[in-house]
Design a binder for this molecule. Structure first.
Ligand SMILES: *Cc1c(COP(=O)(O)O)cnc(C)c1O
Length: 280
């Protein structure tokens, strides 16, 4: 809802939004931008890589009666379908500058923006200074039971509140949930442990025959595992589930694993031992 409200506030019907072809807003939000904001999404491959600014240049349209008006660029940091990869501040800065030159706004899907900041060892505002609005989740690695925040200028938020109400997101007695959210925000440094556990899991798994992991892409708490042996990805998910180890398929032959606050280094070692047993 946070992302969808941002798209609603930043655009008008019939306008165009540029985003990565694997972005959550494009891939996982049930076509909401078409349904709610009535915008056309322009999915771009590679936008959320260091080459993103160069790629974006090719998609920025000049004024032409045949073209939709592009009004928004959406970024995602960390990049979920990219494997939890981090977009560097310099890349964000270049995209922000290019977009603003053309009068486009930039919205950041920062569901895991604190994972990005912790991974880069910088303050989160060194990333969020390169966007006009940001949505982030309290409920992912930050481990609150529920909740996301949308931030922007006071004018932006004024309009956003109205759309939130329209979409059914107005809440009463929300302080109960906000209290959990405050604890989440005080636990940002703990994400380091998730990253260390993810690294431990990825390096351990990649030594098992039939498993392939691009270790360069294991930058935060997400591990994308390619399975190419006797056991298929979905079979492996089922077999791990029988051992109380929960993960999910992420496309054909691919499993996504995520570390979080209730996963310890000992748990990681258990996963490694179990996976080894199942696959060798
Ligand atoms: C979780 C997530 C969201 C929000 O999705 P919900 O299903 O509405 O919680 C948005 N973007 C990214 C990248 C996410 O991982």
């Amino acid at each position: 809802m946070g992302n969808q409200i941002a798209v609603l506030v930043h655009t008008k019907r019939g306008e165009e939004v540029i985003l990565d072809s694997d972005a959550h807003i494009y891939y996982y939000e049930a076509g909401g931008s078409a349904l709610l904001a009535g915008v056309q999404l322009s999915p771009v491959k590679g936008l959320l890589t260091p080459q993103g600014p160069e790629i974006l240049k090719k998609y920025l349209r000049p004024e032409d009666i045949h073209f939709p008006k592009t009004s928004l660029v959406c970024l995602e940091n960390t990049f979920n379908r990219g494997g939890g990869t981090v977009l560097a501040p310099a890349t964000m800065a270049d995209i922000y500058e290019l977009s603003h030159k053309q009068n486009l706004k930039v919205h950041l899907d920062g569901a895991r923006i604190f994972n990005a900041a912790i991974s880069l060892n910088i303050k989160v505002k060194e990333l969020t200074c390169y966007c006009d609005s940001i949505m982030f989740c309290l409920s992912k690695g930050l481990a609150a039971p529920v909740g996301s925040l949308l931030a922007g200028t006071s004018e932006f938020i004024g309009t956003a509140r109205k759309y939130r109400k329209i979409l059914g997101g107005g809440m009463r007695q929300a302080g109960v949930l906000a209290a959990a959210g405050l604890i989440a925000l005080q636990s940002v440094d703990r994400l380091k442990e998730d990253h260390a556990n993810a690294h431990r899991l990825a390096t351990g798994l990649s030594s098992i025959p039939g498993i392939n992991i691009d270790l360069q892409r294991v930058q935060t708490n997400i591990i994308v595992v390619k399975v190419a042996g006797k056991v298929s990805a979905s079979e492996l998910v089922d077999k791990l589930a029988a051992h109380q180890i929960k993960c999910a398929t992420f496309g054909p032959g691919i499993i996504r694993m995520v570390t979080h606050k209730d996963i310890s280094p000992e748990d990681i070692d258990l996963v490694l031992a179990t996976a080894k047993n199942l696959l060798t």
